[in-house]
Design a protein around this ligand. Structure first.
Ligand code: BES
Ligand code: MN
Ligand code: MN
Length: 463
């Protein structure tokens, strides 16, 4: 096992070259025109699995983007690790804010990553992090001592809600059976402070359409006499929070599980610098629910945010128009206790209730998913903890993350197994934003940490 890091160091250039090939493919799941690219990405991943000698490698078709599967079953007495990740990426707009082409990966030094970071859409979320697992497997195989059975399931629709993966999981429980699920699609506290994500928020994603007059009107002739859908939508949205920044939808908090004193204490011990947080995103003050810290607001408390709002005239110059319609996309991040379908219907009902005379409203549910909390008293957590400790010389801190990976809660329900979230991204890596990047050392140390996880897990599993 001691030569793992040697192998990784010796082969790091090639690992990066191979990752670059994957990053060059614009596998944006949200855009139809990129469907051929998502398939190319799936095929390239399958090729890597085939080259590593995995069995039953296949591209599993879905009504959307395909799922890549492959496995290496070496011994029925060894535990089986199911690796999950996604090869799809977020759209790149606004393109003009990128320093270079998002699909022409390059390495540049940054303040946070003085050794260099890989810049490209998907570098961190999730191609770079997913690829660490393929290279960790290669590293273990090259040592002739893969200590667990492994199954890989890499999907292409995580960024659009994983609807087809949900069906795939339900239909393939036997094939996907495992002892533990391993995922790298989250972050760590900082470059030197490792953490293991023990919770993810759920999600309910809605769209609201407000309709007023049957056509766009002259805003002079009609202005002041007709309910303007954009004015109305703006005030409806404003009313969704009260003066303490609590969400006003009746019943919204009813089932929220408050965290225990112990959890509160643990979260207050997580290293967090408010000034640095504010500075890193260019704000002069944080904002949120009264009575909770920023860490709590972004992890154990729910949130409601408008993701986009449009209507009327938004082109160059001015046009005097009172629009017929206004739209908003609204997401709610959910915490344990809340059920996304229930919250979605509370939201729809509330929008209906607060729609004033003079306009009509229509609410569409996009996608959703349940929150996830992982226990820390498992051998999976212990194994991950040991692996981090060996590579980073520091015990990892359990943290609950504000983001969502909706399929993780479904894994627990359908496959009855826990997921270990070993993420190596940093908040400053700009996932979903222009100039997304991923530290070269995060990538290489991630490969090492993952490889070590297998050894510790196998050992603990066999007692
Ligand atoms: N990898 C992220 C989730 C994430 C990021 C978790 C950072 C924790 C820390 C994932 O790809 C993602 O972006 N998920 C979406 C949800 C999806 C249904 C669109 C999200 O959280 O917005
Ligand atoms: Mn992701
Ligand atoms: Mn993402």
């Amino acid at each position: 096992m001691k030569n793992l890091s040697n192998y990784i160091k010796t082969n790091s250039e090639r690992f990066l070259t191979e990752l670059f090939e994957l990053l060059k493919i614009p596998s944006i799941s949200a855009l139809k025109e990129n469907s051929p690219d998502t398939r190319l990405a799936a095929e390239l991943i399958k090729k890597h699995l085939v080259d590593l000698g995995l069995s039953n490698c296949e591209i599993c078709e879905t009504p959307g983007h395909p799922i890549v599967y492959g496995e290496k079953i070496i011994d029925a007495n060894l535990p089986t690790v199911l690796v999950y990740g996604h090869y799809d990426v977020q759209p790149v707009d606004p393109l003009n804010l990128w320093d270079k082409d998002p699909f022409k990966p390059y390495i540049k030094k940054t303040k946070v990553h003085p050794e260099g970071a890989i810049f490209a859409r998907g570098a961190c979320d999730d191609k770079g992090q997913m690829f660490m697992h393929i290279k960790a497997l290669e590293t273990m195989l090259e040592h002739g001592d893969l200590p667990c059975n492994v199954k890989f399931m890499i999907e292409g629709e995580e960024e659009v809600g994983s609807d087809n993966l949900e069906i795939f999981v339900k239909e393939n429980k036997e094939k996907l059976s495992n002892d533990i699920i391993l995922v790298s699609d989250t972050g760590m506290i900082s470059k030197t402070i490792p953490s293991i994500t023990t919770g993810l928020r759920g999600l309910s994603y809605m769209e609201v359409e407000i309709t007023g007059p049957n056509r766009d009107l002259h805003s002079g002739h009609y202005g002041g006499t007709v309910a303007n859908p954009i004015n109305i939508l703006a005030s409806m949205i404003a009313s969704l929070h009260d003066s303490n920044n609590k969400i006003t939808i009746p019943g919204f908090y009813d089932k929220v599980l408050e965290s225990s004193e112990e959890e509160k204490k643990a979260s207050s011990r997580i290293p967090f610098n408010l000034d640095e947080f504010e500075e890193s995103i260019g704000i002069n003050s944080v904002h949120g629910e009264t009575g909770y810290s920023t860490i709590e607001r972004q992890s154990i408390r729910p949130a409601l945010d408008v993701n986009g709002i449009w209507g009327g005239y938004t082109e160059e110059g001015s046009k005097t128009v009172l629009p017929s319609k206004a739209y908003a996309k609204i997401s709610m991040r959910l915490v344990p206790g809340q059920n996304w379908r229930e919250i979605s219907s509370l939201f729809s009902q509330h929008i209906k209730n607060i729609t004033p005379n003079g306009v009509s409203s229509k609410v569409t549910e996009h996608h959703g998913g349940e929150p996830y909390v992982a226990p820390t008293n498992t051998i999976g957590f212990q194994a991950a903890s040991k692996a981090y400790q060996e590579v980073f010389n520091l015990k990892p801190i359990p943290t609950r993350d504000g983001g969502s990976i909706p399929i993780i809660a479904l894994f627990e329900k359908e496959l009855n197994s826990k997921t270990i979230l070993m993420g190596f991204g940093l908040d400053s890596d700009a996932i979903h934003s222009p100039n997304e990047h991923y530290g070269v050392s995060n990538f290489l140390m991630g490969i090492e940490t993952i490889s070590k996880f297998y050894f510790h897990y196998s050992k603990l599993f066999r007692g």
